[in-house]
Design a protein around this ligand. Structure first.
Ligand code: ADP
Ligand code: MG
Length: 586
């Protein structure tokens, strides 16, 4: 390409370049205009869109308004009333500060402002063909209306990228909802193609606004979150893990009332939910973080939706902890409420299998009943037996079916419990507590030490992590230059395949090249591994004592819903559902 002389670009091109970053689609315009209205201390913000915003976007507010001079300046690139000196950049308390939104928007669409500041005259300012034209004498009451027509009409290449109206409207709606959630003290309304779709009264709290927007979920299924340390405060709500869906749903993060997207925090939320969620399930959350403005930078992207934290670990911990704490306390309480522990009757006899556990194989199927497959599957075996095969004395207890699931009746529900997953959860929580309290898992010596058969890679991992293994209950000692001996094992694993467990832990620790904090980082994984190996298997016939012990301990767990790997432990069938199936109730 021929070398051109360097020249400074004219304003209208500069604006279009900036617009590429600020204005991605109609929703970006909605965001900038609502943010300006918020900064103008408005109490009521009305948004109107036509054809998903592709044709019209209008935001009206009852805020400060502007005088003629300011209304003209508003459209000039880098013109802002929100910061003055460099230092202000480090203490930003307004939504806008870059002074480029209106200039950028006006460079890609037809823009006009009607505004009145309450003292000077009501005025209108329009931008056509990059020229600012002012007309005084608009009929506005105090406040501002910004109207944007035909977004990207000047840039056909961008216009082509606009999606169907419905898709654009979804983005607009998400923007509207997130800003409404962030500002419950402001009344918001949204009109779509002439019809009001949202009309939110001003309220006093985040919770109130969440309720207005997510009425159904809010009915007892949202758990309050609250956290505070010297640098960060967190408030908000998280959805009960039961509300999790296999697609991304209402997930909102706010930093000082600004909606943000942040991968680190998304991960912290996920970790906070931990094993209460199955893999691939998305929880619902509304988290409001408050931090001093000098502890993060929002000026890392023109759209101001990302933040750079100066102490990311601390924020990560705070978010994760706020969620796990809520879940631990609330879920546990809730669970105790639902499952009346007193009603678990201890079963007689040690290591005996009562008749109830020996369900005879009867091929007879009650073909006349048309259950849904999902409902029928876990209890099929029981339903297929004739009732006289179930001895009366076993009725207050439980049944084991397929040598894998325990069935118990609690609070008008039939609970189906996966015995392996349940025991894994029980063992996991025990080991976790033990490690937290004693910094070590109890071990027992092997009568005859075992020489470990390890490949060179495994050997080097073990040398790196001798201390970690000791904490986990495995004492490994060098035997020869290339061999190691195992002298002690975790008490938990004495009747189990401890060698395979040890090999799996080697694998778990493989990611951590230095022993520093390896256990802290890999704790969840290695403890899950031990818990899994020490657990009752599927297919194992349980003695009543063992089953009783398991059920009792499961209900004492902090998170009895899912195993450490995230699989569910309990499946419930409501009495009402059964009654509907049998047409006892409609
Ligand atoms: P920024 O918000 O970064 O300052 P904008 O381009 O969004 O930049 O707006 C430029 C200026 O126009 C703002 O600083 C503000 O003074 C004024 N302004 C824009 N919208 C409004 C409004 N709705 N009410 C009052 N003033 C407004
Ligand atoms: Mg702005």
């Amino acid at each position: 390409m021929a070398k051109q002389p360097i020249h400074i670009l004219p304003d209208h091109i500069i604006n279009k370049i900036a617009a590429g970053e600020v204005v991605e689609r109609p929703a970006s315009v909605v965001k900038e205009l609502i943010e300006n209205a918020i900064d103008a201390a408005s109490k009521q913000i009305k948004v109107r869109v036509e054809k998903g915003g592709n044709q019209l976007i209008e935001v009206s507010d009852d805020g400060s308004g502007m005088n003629l001079e300011n209304a003209k300046l508003a459209f000039v690139q880098h013109a802002t009333s929100k910061i003055n000196k460099e230092d202000d950049l480090y203490h930003i308390s307004t939504m806008g500060f870059r002074g480029e939104a209106l200039a950028s928007i006006a460079s890609v669409a037809e823009a006009s402002i009607h505004t009145f500041d309450g003292t000077s005259k009501p005025i209108s300012v329009t931008v056509t063909n990059d020229k600012i034209q002012a007309v005084s004498g608009s009929g506005r009451r105090q406040g501002t209306t910004v109207t944007i027509h035909n977004i990207f009409f000047k840039i056909p290449a961008r216009r082509k990228f606009l999606r169907l109206e419905n898709t654009e409207y979804k983005y607009v709606l998400d923007t509207f909802i997130s800003l409404a959630l962030a500002n419950p003290q402001i009344a918001f309304s949204l009109e779509k193609d002439g019809k009001t779709t949202y009309d939110l009264k001003a309220g006093n709290s985040y919770t109130e606004r969440i309720k207005q927007l997510f009425t159904k979920e809010a009915q007892g299924k949202l758990l309050p979150v609250s956290y505070q340390d010297s640098e960060i405060a967190i408030q908000g709500s998280i959805g009960h893990p039961n509300l999790a869906k296999n697609y991304a749903q209402a997930q909102y993060l706010f930093l000082n009332n600004r909606p943000i997207k942040d991968n680190l925090l998304t991960k912290a939320v996920k970790d906070g939910f931990g094993t209460t969620l199955m893999k691939g399930m998305y929880p619902m959350y509304f988290l409001y973080l408050a931090m001093k403005p000098d502890l993060f930078d929002i000026n890392v992207h023109p759209r101001k939706t990302e933040a750079k934290f100066y102490n990311p670990q601390k924020v990560f911990y705070a978010v994760k902890h706020s969620i796990s704490h809520t879940l631990e306390t609330k879920l546990q309480a809730e669970f105790y409420q639902r499952v009346n522990l007193d009603r678990i009757s201890p079963l007689p006899g040690k290591n005996t299998t009562p008749k109830s556990l020996k369900l005879p194989k009867v091929k007879e199927i009650s073909a006349s009943l048309e259950f849904s497959k999902e409902l029928l599957e876990p209890i099929k075996d029981i339903l297929q037996k004739r009732p006289d095969f179930l001895p009366a004395e076993s009725l207050p207890g439980f049944y084991q079916i397929f040598n894998t699931y325990l069935l118990i009746e609690r609070d008008n529900k039939l609970l189906v419990i996966d015995q392996h997953a349940a025991d894994e959860r029980v063992n996991y929580e025990k080991l976790n507590t033990e490690l937290a309290l004693n910094k070590k898992i109890t071990s027992i010596p092997l009568l005859i030490p075992e020489t470990l058969q390890l490949n060179p890679k495994e050997n080097s991992i073990i040398i790196n992590h001798l201390k970690t293994f000791r904490q986990l209950g495995f004492t490994v000692e060098p035997f020869s230059k290339t061999e190691h001996q195992l002298t002690e094992i975790p008490e938990f694993l004495q009747d189990h395949d401890y060698l395979t467990a040890l090999k799996e832990i080697l694998n778990d620790l493989d990611d951590y090249t230095t022993p520093n904090n390896a256990l802290a980082k890999a704790a969840h994984k290695v403890i899950s591994t031990i818990a899994c190996h020490a657990s009752i298997r599927a297919g194992q016939k349980l003695t009543p004592n063992l089953a009783n012990y398991l059920i009792n301990n499961l209900f004492k767990c902090e998170l009895p819903y899912s195993c450490p790997h995230g699989r569910p432990i309990i499946w419930e069938l409501n009495r009402t559902d059964l009654e509907k199936k049998f047409k006892r109730k409609l």
